[in-house]
Design a protein around this ligand. Structure first.
Ligand code: ADP
Length: 272
């Protein structure tokens, strides 16, 4: 009798423990949902006034420069640059909340990835050369068709390139794309400041930034790389980084070719 009572007691406490854990899990899910909704609303609320500020600013800056003093003109430019930075951040937060709310579904189209990537890299050429550096682009055409969400690919490449540009003071930034073992492999390499070994495992965590020892500090939010990773995962791909402090970094993205790994409902056979 004692034995049965003990067993009953212990299974009851198991039930209580389970109930407790379930309630806690429910409230965690609830908190997570509330957090996503909060980010979503906040981002929307931020975007409207920002866009409303940027419109008139662009109009002023597109107009007659002689109507302003040099100082006023520089102030307008600073305002525009910072409003744009804030807008970019807000848009990135919105991208995240869409991914988390599972609203961001990639739509996969057959894409001429080599040419798309050449164009994206090309959009950085003048900035890179203007800063006294070189841009090397080597994108090979593919045997198999690559299915990609083009907007997402654009964000992936542009984020990696703008980091390469931001964290490199001299040398070469190179972009290569080739087919390797059934995958499209993108490498964005720079000869920049590099990343200490102990930081490498944390590079794709949200809001993670490498603390720069001495030297100059770089503005940023630590959100770009974690978005890039989410976008790569939506393609069932993977991302990694190799780096040597003081020598440079290489970010490597691999995306499987073909459609076998993709949900049928999200794949289109027609070109985008
Ligand atoms: P942000 O650049 O806004 O801080 P990211 O998520 O894009 O955010 O990058 C996170 C951190 O990773 C950066 O703060 C920087 O320390 C480091 N990092 C990213 N790309 C590079 C790179 N190409 N070279 C050196 N460090 C980098």
């Amino acid at each position: 009798f004692q034995l049965i009572a003990d067993q009953l007691g212990s299974s009851l406490s198991n039930v209580y423990a389970y109930e407790d854990a379930r309630k806690r899990a429910d409230s965690l899910v609830e908190i997570d949902r509330a957090k996503t909704a909060f980010f979503n609303n906040i981002s929307h609320e931020f975007r409207t006034p920002l866009t409303l500020m940027l419109g008139p600013l662009e109009e002023l800056l597109g107009g007659d420069k002689s109507a302003f003093s040099t100082k006023q003109w520089a102030d307008l430019e600073t305002m525009q640059r910072n409003a744009n930075r804030l807008l970019k951040l807000v848009n990135t937060l919105l991208d995240f909340s869409r991914i988390e709310a599972k609203k961001a579904q990639a739509q996969f189209f057959p894409v001429d990835l080599a040419n798309v990537t050449i164009d994206l890299a090309g959009s950085f050429r003048s900035a890179i050369e203007h800063a006294g550096m070189q841009l090397e682009v080597d994108c090979q055409p593919f045997q198999d068709t690559v299915y990609i969400d083009r907007d997402m690919w654009e964000k992936i490449v542009l984020n990696l390139l703008s980091n390469a540009f931001k964290y490199t003071l001299k040398g070469t930034i190179s972009v290569s794309l080739r087919e390797d073992d059934g995958k499209a492999v993108l490498r964005v390499r720079d000869t920049g400041i590099g990343i200490p070994a102990e930081e490498l495992p944390h590079m794709f965590e949200r809001f993670h930034r490498v603390r720069q020892s001495g030297g100059r500090s770089y503005e940023g939010t630590g959100i770009g790389l974690s978005l890039v990773k989410e976008l790569v995962l939506l393609h069932e791909g993977s991302i990694g980084v190799e780096s040597e402090p003081g020598q440079g970094s290489t970010f490597i993205v691999s995306i499987p070719l073909g459609t076998d790994h993709l949900p049928a409902g999200q794949v289109s056979m027609q070109e985008d």
